[in-house]
Design a protein around this ligand. Structure first.
Ligand SMILES: [Zn+2]
Length: 419
């Protein structure tokens, strides 16, 4: 009865919304994903149950799918029809629990057969651990990360420090924490004692400071060895910038992602948004830095100050073209803009299905190619990153660097030392 009253209220709210926006349509959402049993042993068979609801104002008058993915691989699809407003349904599938952490992505109407009031609320992420350790009510979070060093200058020895707390209702038998810089694992540190509820501990690993903007991330229980009340609150990430700052000879480059491009990348990679932003996109930057090693270019994910060029990762589909940039011989313009068309990647099957680690490299190669144009490089018949085919088929250049003559030009116009 109580539930009915709440649903009735929701209906009132959504029909009030419908006045402001004169649309009558269904709105499919996933309100919950749960497991039976909730804390599975590795190898056991588990029911994954998604609750699908219609928060819209019309019945779905067509068949629609519910798709289940485990670590980006499809494990099941179910089809439903005729879900009325305020109605909900439970959709189960069975799965054999693999040891450690699994990220489930459940999406309703992934093939977009239903026109909805809101198309942006159709996915649900659920992190599940399967372990032989018993459930104690623990819930680990990372409160913050910091960098400790004599001086925060490139090449200096430092320590990455994470404050990990147990905010659950029972002890954590041990506390492992993984430390990542721009998405790359630096090390995992483990406190082998139990951490009681309400307590916190500082864990640290050694690191050598790297120049420029870095995303430092810590994740408690990175291998999914503990059962927790909430598996989705284990990570914390922060941006730092390390000295020396760019000198006056440097070309500053901002890597800008449209929010709709991030949505497309989420669909392509099945990575939760926080992981896209703190792991996948920094990996693109990392690859570009490798391509431009020895050239005085500084890449930023947050908007830099002063004069900068930008690579805009646009949601547009311009197939067969994956990127576009002005040719600026001599790099006369320090504030030009180039494009990488994430929408083109999204509709190209061969690119869309690439594993995330490879996709990040392919996107980076197109971005490095476009930046090459913005710095004055033309297509190079000898190949390398400036191969004319790079912006159509980046697989051709996935392992390529700039040709020596191109790299020599880049180093000449953007020398590391200002003399
Ligand atoms: Zn080109």
């Amino acid at each position: 009865m109580m539930k009915r009253a709440i649903l009735g209220l929701l209906m009132l709210l959504s029909s009030a919304g419908a006045w402001a926006q004169p649309l009558e349509a269904p709105d499919l959402v996933i309100t919950a994903v749960r497991l039976e049993p909730a804390f599975p042993a590795p190898g056991s068979t588990v029911q994954i149950i998604a609750t699908i609801a219609n928060h819209g104002t019309r019945t779905t008058n067509d068949v629609f799918a519910v798709e289940f993915k485990a670590d980006r691989f499809q494990i099941g699809v179910r089809f439903l029809a005729d879900l009325a407003p305020a109605q909900s349904l439970e959709v189960p599938i069975s799965w054999e629990a693999k040891p450690g952490e699994t990220v489930f992505r459940v999406s309703v109407d992934p093939f977009k057969t239903i026109s909805e009031l809101d198309e942006s609320n159709n996915t649900f992420y659920k992190i599940v651990n399967a372990t032989v350790n018993e459930f104690t009510g623990a819930d680990l979070i990372v409160r913050r990360v910091s960098v400790e060093a004599e001086s925060l200058t490139a090449g200096e020895p430092a320590r990455l420090v994470a404050i990990v707390a147990n905010i659950g209702q029972g002890p954590a038998a041990f506390v492992s924490t993984g430390f990542y810089v721009d998405g790359e694992l630096i090390a995992i540190e483990t406190l082998s004692e139990s951490l009681p509820t309400g307590h916190e501990v500082a864990l640290a690993v050694p690191w050598t400071v790297e120049v420029g903007e870095r995303v430092i991330r810590a994740k408690a229980d990175p291998n999914g060895e503990l059962f927790e009340l909430d598996e989705a609150n284990n990570t914390w990430a922060e941006y730092f910038e390390f000295a020396p700052l760019p000198n006056r000879c440097a070309q500053i480059v901002s890597l800008e992602f449209a929010s709709t491009s991030i949505t497309l990348l989420e669909e392509m990679t099945s990575l939760p948004i926080s992981q896209l932003v703190n792991v996948f996109i920094p990996a693109i930057r990392r690859q570009m830095e490798r391509d431009y090693e020895g050239v005085n270019v500084r890449f930023y994910l947050r908007q830099p100050t002063g004069i900068f060029s930008a690579i805009f990762f646009s949601p547009e589909n311009r197939l067969p073209i994956l990127g576009l940039a002005p040719l600026d011989f001599g790099n006369l313009r320090k504030d030009d803009r180039g494009f990488v068309f994430v929408g083109s990647f999204h509709v190209n099957r061969g690119l869309r299905l690439a594993p995330p680690e490879l996709l990040a490299i392919l996107i980076a190669k197109v971005a490095s190619h476009e930046l090459g144009h913005m710095l004055g490089l033309n297509h190079n018949p000898n190949g390398g990153i400036m191969n004319a085919q790079a912006e159509i088929n980046p697989y051709l250049v996935q392992n390529e660097k700039f040709r020596p003559e191109d790299l020599e030009y880049l180093k000449r116009i953007l020398p590391m030392d200002c003399r």
